[in-house]
Design a protein around this ligand. Structure first.
Ligand SMILES: [Zn+2]
Ligand SMILES: [Zn+2]
Length: 259
Protein backbone atom coordinates (compact mmCIF):
# COMPACT_ATOMS: atom_id res chain seq x y z
CA UNK A 1 0.00 0.00 0.00
CA UNK A 2 1.47 3.40 -0.92
CA UNK A 3 1.46 5.83 1.97
CA UNK A 4 -1.30 8.36 1.67
CA UNK A 5 -0.23 11.80 0.55
CA UNK A 6 0.02 14.48 3.22
CA UNK A 7 -3.02 16.71 3.41
CA UNK A 8 -3.63 19.69 5.63
CA UNK A 9 -6.38 22.26 5.66
CA UNK A 10 -6.30 25.57 7.53
CA UNK A 11 -9.35 27.78 7.69
CA UNK A 12 -7.83 31.28 7.85
CA UNK A 13 -11.22 32.92 8.29
CA UNK A 14 -14.84 31.91 7.91
CA UNK A 15 -18.17 33.74 7.98
CA UNK A 16 -19.59 36.95 6.58
CA UNK A 17 -16.58 38.98 7.78
CA UNK A 18 -14.29 37.03 5.45
CA UNK A 19 -13.54 33.59 4.07
CA UNK A 20 -10.24 32.01 3.11
CA UNK A 21 -9.12 28.39 3.29
CA UNK A 22 -5.59 27.09 2.72
CA UNK A 23 -5.43 23.54 1.40
CA UNK A 24 -2.19 21.62 0.99
CA UNK A 25 -1.96 18.29 -0.79
CA UNK A 26 1.59 16.97 -0.89
CA UNK A 27 3.85 19.81 -2.02
CA UNK A 28 1.07 21.78 -3.68
CA UNK A 29 -1.10 24.31 -1.92
CA UNK A 30 -3.93 26.62 -2.89
CA UNK A 31 -6.01 29.29 -1.24
CA UNK A 32 -9.72 29.11 -1.85
CA UNK A 33 -10.95 32.72 -1.56
CA UNK A 34 -9.08 35.63 0.00
CA UNK A 35 -11.95 37.37 1.76
CA UNK A 36 -9.95 39.09 4.48
CA UNK A 37 -7.38 41.79 3.82
CA UNK A 38 -4.02 40.73 2.43
CA UNK A 39 -2.40 41.92 5.65
CA UNK A 40 -4.71 39.80 7.80
CA UNK A 41 -4.29 36.82 5.45
CA UNK A 42 -0.50 37.07 5.80
CA UNK A 43 -0.74 37.45 9.56
CA UNK A 44 -2.94 34.40 9.95
CA UNK A 45 -0.77 32.36 7.58
CA UNK A 46 2.29 33.34 9.60
CA UNK A 47 0.50 32.27 12.80
CA UNK A 48 0.13 28.80 11.27
CA UNK A 49 3.65 28.71 9.83
CA UNK A 50 2.40 28.90 6.24
CA UNK A 51 4.64 30.83 3.84
CA UNK A 52 2.39 33.06 1.66
CA UNK A 53 4.90 32.74 -1.18
CA UNK A 54 4.50 28.97 -1.22
CA UNK A 55 0.86 29.09 -2.39
CA UNK A 56 0.64 27.81 -5.97
CA UNK A 57 -2.70 29.38 -6.89
CA UNK A 58 -5.69 31.30 -5.60
CA UNK A 59 -9.19 30.16 -6.56
CA UNK A 60 -12.28 32.32 -6.06
CA UNK A 61 -15.73 30.84 -5.49
CA UNK A 62 -17.71 34.01 -6.26
CA UNK A 63 -17.42 37.78 -6.26
CA UNK A 64 -18.90 38.69 -2.86
CA UNK A 65 -16.42 40.79 -0.90
CA UNK A 66 -16.33 38.35 2.02
CA UNK A 67 -14.59 36.01 -0.47
CA UNK A 68 -12.51 38.43 -2.53
CA UNK A 69 -11.49 41.39 -0.34
CA UNK A 70 -7.75 40.68 -0.22
CA UNK A 71 -7.34 38.74 -3.49
CA UNK A 72 -5.95 41.49 -5.71
CA UNK A 73 -3.38 42.66 -3.19
CA UNK A 74 -2.35 39.14 -2.22
CA UNK A 75 -1.88 37.95 -5.81
CA UNK A 76 0.01 41.07 -6.86
CA UNK A 77 2.25 41.00 -3.77
CA UNK A 78 3.19 37.31 -4.07
CA UNK A 79 2.80 36.87 -7.84
CA UNK A 80 0.21 34.14 -7.27
CA UNK A 81 -1.94 33.19 -10.28
CA UNK A 82 -5.69 33.46 -9.75
CA UNK A 83 -8.48 31.33 -11.20
CA UNK A 84 -12.19 32.13 -11.23
CA UNK A 85 -15.20 31.88 -13.50
CA UNK A 86 -15.84 34.59 -16.08
CA UNK A 87 -18.83 35.78 -14.09
CA UNK A 88 -16.75 36.13 -10.92
CA UNK A 89 -13.86 37.81 -12.75
CA UNK A 90 -16.22 40.31 -14.38
CA UNK A 91 -17.43 41.56 -10.99
CA UNK A 92 -14.21 41.41 -8.96
CA UNK A 93 -11.78 44.33 -9.23
CA UNK A 94 -8.45 42.55 -9.75
CA UNK A 95 -6.38 45.02 -11.77
CA UNK A 96 -3.54 43.56 -13.79
CA UNK A 97 -2.79 40.43 -11.75
CA UNK A 98 -2.33 37.12 -13.58
CA UNK A 99 -5.79 35.59 -13.88
CA UNK A 100 -7.35 32.70 -15.74
CA UNK A 101 -11.04 32.23 -16.49
CA UNK A 102 -12.39 28.77 -15.72
CA UNK A 103 -15.77 27.32 -16.58
CA UNK A 104 -18.23 26.56 -13.81
CA UNK A 105 -17.65 22.86 -14.57
CA UNK A 106 -13.96 22.59 -15.20
CA UNK A 107 -10.81 20.67 -14.36
CA UNK A 108 -7.55 22.53 -13.71
CA UNK A 109 -4.27 20.90 -12.79
CA UNK A 110 -2.04 22.76 -10.36
CA UNK A 111 1.16 20.74 -10.18
CA UNK A 112 0.10 17.40 -8.73
CA UNK A 113 -3.40 18.48 -7.73
CA UNK A 114 -6.53 18.19 -9.83
CA UNK A 115 -8.99 20.99 -9.03
CA UNK A 116 -12.55 20.47 -10.20
CA UNK A 117 -15.02 23.32 -10.16
CA UNK A 118 -18.75 22.71 -10.15
CA UNK A 119 -21.70 25.12 -10.23
CA UNK A 120 -23.69 25.98 -7.13
CA UNK A 121 -26.81 28.04 -6.60
CA UNK A 122 -26.15 31.31 -4.77
CA UNK A 123 -27.04 34.95 -5.41
CA UNK A 124 -23.85 35.66 -7.38
CA UNK A 125 -22.92 35.86 -11.08
CA UNK A 126 -21.35 32.44 -11.64
CA UNK A 127 -20.59 30.84 -8.26
CA UNK A 128 -18.72 27.55 -7.94
CA UNK A 129 -17.46 25.11 -5.35
CA UNK A 130 -14.38 22.90 -5.65
CA UNK A 131 -13.06 19.44 -5.11
CA UNK A 132 -9.32 18.77 -5.03
CA UNK A 133 -7.69 15.45 -5.57
CA UNK A 134 -4.14 14.14 -5.58
CA UNK A 135 -3.18 10.49 -5.59
CA UNK A 136 -5.65 8.84 -3.22
CA UNK A 137 -6.71 11.92 -1.30
CA UNK A 138 -9.78 14.03 -2.04
CA UNK A 139 -10.91 17.24 -0.38
CA UNK A 140 -14.35 18.68 -1.15
CA UNK A 141 -15.43 22.17 -0.21
CA UNK A 142 -18.81 23.83 -0.75
CA UNK A 143 -19.85 27.08 0.88
CA UNK A 144 -22.37 29.80 0.03
CA UNK A 145 -24.90 27.52 -1.58
CA UNK A 146 -28.61 28.10 -1.47
CA UNK A 147 -29.52 24.49 -2.00
CA UNK A 148 -27.98 21.08 -2.41
CA UNK A 149 -28.24 19.67 -5.93
CA UNK A 150 -27.40 16.13 -7.02
CA UNK A 151 -24.35 17.59 -8.78
CA UNK A 152 -23.06 19.03 -5.48
CA UNK A 153 -23.47 15.69 -3.69
CA UNK A 154 -21.82 13.81 -6.57
CA UNK A 155 -18.80 16.13 -6.55
CA UNK A 156 -18.33 15.99 -2.79
CA UNK A 157 -18.98 12.26 -2.53
CA UNK A 158 -16.23 10.16 -0.96
CA UNK A 159 -14.04 13.10 0.03
CA UNK A 160 -11.52 12.19 2.72
CA UNK A 161 -12.07 15.66 4.10
CA UNK A 162 -15.24 17.64 3.58
CA UNK A 163 -15.76 21.37 4.19
CA UNK A 164 -19.41 22.38 4.12
CA UNK A 165 -21.33 25.55 4.89
CA UNK A 166 -23.64 25.52 7.92
CA UNK A 167 -24.86 29.11 7.89
CA UNK A 168 -27.91 29.34 10.11
CA UNK A 169 -30.23 27.64 12.54
CA UNK A 170 -33.64 28.00 11.01
CA UNK A 171 -35.50 28.78 14.23
CA UNK A 172 -32.89 31.34 15.26
CA UNK A 173 -33.07 33.04 11.85
CA UNK A 174 -36.87 33.12 11.81
CA UNK A 175 -37.17 34.50 15.35
CA UNK A 176 -34.29 36.95 14.88
CA UNK A 177 -34.17 40.61 13.98
CA UNK A 178 -33.36 40.35 10.27
CA UNK A 179 -35.94 42.00 8.00
CA UNK A 180 -38.39 39.59 6.35
CA UNK A 181 -36.94 40.01 2.85
CA UNK A 182 -33.48 39.09 4.10
CA UNK A 183 -34.74 36.03 5.96
CA UNK A 184 -36.48 34.97 2.76
CA UNK A 185 -33.34 35.50 0.66
CA UNK A 186 -31.10 33.58 3.07
CA UNK A 187 -33.55 30.66 3.16
CA UNK A 188 -34.12 30.66 -0.62
CA UNK A 189 -32.49 28.27 -3.09
CA UNK A 190 -29.99 31.04 -3.86
CA UNK A 191 -29.09 31.92 -0.28
CA UNK A 192 -27.24 29.87 2.32
CA UNK A 193 -27.42 26.40 3.87
CA UNK A 194 -29.09 25.88 7.24
CA UNK A 195 -27.60 23.52 9.82
CA UNK A 196 -30.16 20.89 8.82
CA UNK A 197 -29.32 21.30 5.12
CA UNK A 198 -25.63 20.96 5.98
CA UNK A 199 -26.32 17.85 8.04
CA UNK A 200 -28.21 16.24 5.15
CA UNK A 201 -25.44 17.16 2.69
CA UNK A 202 -22.68 15.78 4.94
CA UNK A 203 -24.62 12.58 5.45
CA UNK A 204 -25.22 12.07 1.70
CA UNK A 205 -21.67 12.94 0.65
CA UNK A 206 -19.75 11.10 3.38
CA UNK A 207 -18.63 7.52 2.86
CA UNK A 208 -16.35 5.16 4.77
CA UNK A 209 -13.43 7.14 3.29
CA UNK A 210 -14.54 10.37 4.94
CA UNK A 211 -12.36 11.05 7.99
CA UNK A 212 -12.97 14.70 8.77
CA UNK A 213 -15.80 17.18 8.24
CA UNK A 214 -15.47 20.92 8.84
CA UNK A 215 -18.41 23.30 9.04
CA UNK A 216 -17.91 26.75 7.50
CA UNK A 217 -19.51 30.18 7.18
CA UNK A 218 -21.54 30.14 10.42
CA UNK A 219 -23.64 33.25 10.86
CA UNK A 220 -22.80 35.38 13.88
CA UNK A 221 -26.44 36.43 14.32
CA UNK A 222 -28.33 33.28 13.38
CA UNK A 223 -26.19 30.38 14.53
CA UNK A 224 -23.82 29.13 17.20
CA UNK A 225 -21.04 26.55 16.84
CA UNK A 226 -22.83 24.38 19.44
CA UNK A 227 -26.10 24.40 17.49
CA UNK A 228 -24.38 23.60 14.20
CA UNK A 229 -22.40 20.82 15.83
CA UNK A 230 -25.47 19.32 17.46
CA UNK A 231 -27.50 19.35 14.24
CA UNK A 232 -24.77 17.84 12.08
CA UNK A 233 -23.35 15.38 14.64
CA UNK A 234 -26.87 14.19 15.48
CA UNK A 235 -27.55 13.41 11.85
CA UNK A 236 -24.15 11.80 11.26
CA UNK A 237 -24.54 9.54 14.28
CA UNK A 238 -28.08 8.62 13.25
CA UNK A 239 -26.85 7.73 9.76
CA UNK A 240 -23.79 5.82 11.00
CA UNK A 241 -21.19 8.25 9.63
CA UNK A 242 -18.03 8.07 11.73
CA UNK A 243 -16.15 11.15 10.47
CA UNK A 244 -14.80 13.58 13.07
CA UNK A 245 -16.52 16.95 13.03
CA UNK A 246 -14.89 20.37 13.48
CA UNK A 247 -16.85 23.59 13.61
CA UNK A 248 -15.39 27.00 12.74
CA UNK A 249 -16.39 30.10 14.63
CA UNK A 250 -17.49 33.26 12.86
CA UNK A 251 -14.41 35.34 12.03
CA UNK A 252 -11.94 32.89 13.57
CA UNK A 253 -9.29 30.64 12.12
CA UNK A 254 -8.99 26.90 12.63
CA UNK A 255 -6.32 24.43 11.79
CA UNK A 256 -4.34 22.77 10.64
CA UNK A 257 -6.75 19.90 10.08
CA UNK A 258 -4.65 16.98 8.93
CA UNK A 259 -5.42 13.63 7.45
ZN1 LIG B 1 -19.94 34.33 1.90
ZN1 LIG C 1 -21.78 34.89 -1.04
Amino acid sequence: MPTKMKCSVTVLCSGSSGNSVHIRLGDTSVLIDVGISCKMTEKRMNDFGIDPESVNAVFLTHEHTDHTRGAKRYCSKFGTPLYATKGTLSLTPLGSIEKTAIKSSDVVRIDGVTMKSFPIKHFAAEPVAFSLAAEKVKVGMASDLGCVTKEVVDHLKSSNLLLVEANYDDRMLMSGTYPEFLKKTIRSDHGHLSNDDAAALCSSAATARTERIVLLHLSRENNTPAMAEEAVNGRLQHDGVEARLDVTEHGSSKGPIRL
